[in-house]
Design a protein around this ligand. Structure first.
Ligand code: TYD
Length: 134
């Protein structure tokens, strides 16, 4: 069951009256080397992002601001994760269908990825994903 690997990871939080600071080190707080970073923002109310799986890419998703949900599906069952603190992130293993939804106003999703961008790594067809679990 792939979901055994999908998990919320708590990050270090340096409390400070001047403002807090959190940190992510590759192969330390997250289980992969970071090849790419992107972020999703200005999401209109009700919009859904994602809606695909990756053949090889692993990701780590943090709600840097605001909140949203990540719906994960390993082809057998679905699981919903809520992200709403910048010192928690969600580890997404490869081969899992995932979509991001219910973005709050002004939310920012930071995504760390284990690969460089490669469209051939995407699985966009849910039916073929279901029929050929990764
Ligand atoms: P996509 O991954 O489909 O977004 P989402 O899964 O959030 O709905 O990417 C949207 C567009 O951005 C698509 O045209 C490809 C481009 N893109 C890059 O150029 N580099 C990247 O690292 C990512 C993630 C997307």
């Amino acid at each position: 069951m792939i979901f055994n690997e999908a998990e919320i990871i708590q990050l270090p939080k340096n409390f400070d009256r001047r403002g807090n600071l959190s940190v992510i080190e590759q192969n330390n707080h997250i289980p992969f080397k970071i090849e790419r970073t992107y972020w999703i923002y200005d999401v209109p109310g009700g919009e859904v992002r994602g809606g695909h799986a990756y053949r090889n890419t692993q990701e780590f998703i943090v709600a840097l601001s605001g909140s949203f949900e990540v719906l994960m599906d390993d082809g057998k069952s679905r699981k919903l994760f809520s992200l709403n603190r910048s010192y928690y992130g969600l580890y997404v293993p490869k081969g899992v269908w995932r979509q991001m939804q219910n973005f709050s106003t002004n939310s920012v999703a930071l995504v760390l990825a284990s690969t460089k961008f490669d469209l051939s790594d995407y699985i966009y067809d849910y039916k073929s994903f279901k029929e050929n679990p990764q």
